[in-house]
Design a protein around this ligand. Structure first.
Ligand code: OMP
Length: 218
């Protein structure tokens, strides 16, 4: 797989804004990783506008996907979903409703735990990162509980790791739910970029070792 120009731009943007960093990080899954992708660092207007456009570009590339509502899971998925629907409207003239969940159930006012457009029909989940797939499974369950159907998932980074079993987190989701899972970039593309760029020898060697242990079998 070769790097598309928007993927190269995305990786450059992420490195220069310290959204993608290298070192030693303990993940939600307990794995110790030599790199981390932190969407929390898309923390100003220009950065949010940029990430929304990156997601919208991928969705435009995959335009056979038919969805009614975009769902951004709390907390990190919320600004991602909002910036993506803004980008779809501004750059692709697609006016798509979106909603998100509250983590806490609200029992007064409008009540319920879904905010925004009703979670009905065909839903596209927008989230930050897939590692072992736990966060995405929580979103799939919320959508099912609301009687809607997930038709696709898009994340910024597919870390291409094994899930709880031998197959990758994404392969497992595809098998269990039969839906496409898209990403702006993945681990192989990050490694490819660092190789081409040069000057990242130590990080590259750590990332390859990590991929040998936790990566998917190809
Ligand atoms: P899984 O639930 O194991 O798929 O992990 C995905 C979640 O981990 C993401 O929604 C993030 O909250 C967090 N995460 C990152 O944000 N960036 C990373 O590079 C790795 C993780 C992680 O902990 O695996």
């Amino acid at each position: 797989m070769s790097l598309k120009s928007y993927q190269r731009k995305f990786i450059e943007f992420a490195i220069s804004n310290e959204i993608l960093s290298f070192g030693s990080f303990i993940l939600k899954s307990g794995r110790e990783s030599p790199y981390f992708f932190n969407v929390g660092k898309f923390n100003k207007g220009s950065a949010l506008s940029a990430i929304g456009k990156f997601y919208a570009d991928v969705l435009h590339d995959e335009n056979q996907l038919d969805f009614d509502v975009v769902f951004g899971p709390a907390y990190k998925g919320i600004p991602l979903a909002s910036s993506t629907v803004i980008a779809l409207s501004e750059h692709y003239k697609k006016d798509v409703p979106y909603s998100f969940n509250r983590k806490e159930i609200k029992d007064h006012g409008e009540g319920g735990n879904i905010v925004g457009a009703p979670l009905k029909g065909n839903i596209l989940i927008i989230d930050d990162v897939i590692t072992a797939g736990t966060a995405i499974r929580e979103s799939l369950a919320i959508i099912k509980e609301n009687g809607a159907t997930t038709v696709g998932i898009i994340v910024a980074v597919d870390r291409q790791e094994r899930g709880t079993g031998e197959v990758s987190a994404i392969q497992q989701i595809k098998q269990d739910y039969d839906i496409p899972v898209m990403s702006i970039i993945n681990l192989d593309l990050i490694i490819q970029y660092l190789n081409e760029k040069g000057g990242y020898d130590e990080h590259l060697s750590n990332m390859k070792k990590y991929r040998d242990i936790y990566g998917i079998k190809k």
